[in-house]
Design a protein around this ligand. Sequence first.
Ligand SMILES: [Zn+2]
Ligand SMILES: [Zn+2]
Length: 157
Amino acid sequence: MLTNTFGFFIGFFGIELLAALIHRYLMHGPLWWIHQSHHKSKGGWEMNDWFAVLFASLGVGLLFGGFLDYIAIFWGYVGVGISVYGVVYFILHDVLVHSRWGSIPKPLSRYLLALRKAHRMHHKHTTAQPGESYGLLIFHPRYFLETKRDQTADRNQ
Ligand SMILES: [Zn+2]
Ligand SMILES: [Zn+2]
C-alpha cells in the first residue's frame, strides 16, 4: 500500500519536474519550432498539443502496463499519478490560465492566482530565450508575494 501511494506521488510530482526540465531545455531549445505554437497561439489547436499526447501516452501506458501485469504494479501507480497530473494540468493550464475550453469563475485561492501569474509571466516571452517559470504547480515564491501585494493594494483602494 505504501509503495503504491509512493508510486502515485513519484508520478504526480516527478512529471511536474520532468515536464519543467523538458520545457526549459528542449521546448525552449531544439524543440522551440513545435512549442512556439503555444507562445504565439491565436486559439484553437496548437502543434504544441502533441506534447500533451506524448505525456498522456506515458501515463496511460504505465497505468495499463502496471495493472495488466506487464510491469510491476508500482509503475501502474506512477502512471495513475501522471494521469491525475494530466487532468490537473489541463484544468489549471488550459482552463484557468489560458481559458482555452471555458473559464473558471472567481474567487480563486492565492496559490491559484500566483500560479496563474507565474505562468502568464512565462507567456510574456514570445521568443525561446530568455524565459521564466517553466513548471506549473511549483513556481518561484516571488509570484506568491507579488500576488499578496496586489491583493493588499486592491483592498486599500
Ligand atoms: Zn514555454
Ligand atoms: Zn501556457
